[in-house]
Structures are given as structure tokens and as C-alpha cells.
Design a protein around this ligand. Structure first.
Ligand code: ZN
Length: 77
């Protein structure tokens, strides 16, 4: 039984926007973030939204409509 029937190239563990259905969403990172470390790792534009030092439930931000919501966490070790 083969259920891996999508050919999206690489896995994108990102939800769709619950408001507009947009797929261009960014994780929101709270607290002190070492942006330099992200840049060194990816060598590209940081793909997250800075949420500030106060942690909130919302951890996703839609680039299309600006909606922020609490969704699945990005898996971290
Ligand atoms: Zn949206």
C-alpha cells in the first residue's frame, strides 16, 4: 500500500492559512533569536517572523493576509 503519492520535492511541514488558505506562511519565533546563526546555516533570507520577546500562542504568520495563529510546532530536537 503506497500512500506517498505526492510529488512535492521536499517535505514542507507547514500548515495552510486557516483564514485565506494561503500556503506562504512563516513560523513565528519568540524570544532572543540568534539571526546570525540562521544566516550562517541557510545562507539565505531568514524564513521566519520575529514575534518579540514575549511568547504567545500564535506561531504561524500568513504572508498573504497577515493572519497569525497557533498551529503545529516545527519539530525541534
Ligand atoms: Zn492568510
Amino acid at each position: 500500500m503506497n500512500k506517498g503519492n505526492n510529488h512535492h520535492g521536499h517535505d514542507r511541514p507547514r500548515p495552510d492559512c486557516p483564514r485565506c488558505g494561503g500556503v506562504e506562511v512563516k513560523p513565528i519565533v519568540y524570544g532572543f533569536v540568534d539571526v546570525g546563526a540562521y544566516l550562517e546555516l541557510g545562507k539565505r533570507t531568514p524564513d521566519f517572523e520575529l514575534g518579540g520577546l514575549v511568547t504567545r500562542d500564535e506561531n504561524w504568520c500568513c504572508l498573504r493576509c497577515g493572519h497569525k495563529w497557533a498551529g503545529a510546532q516545527l519539530h525541534s530536537t
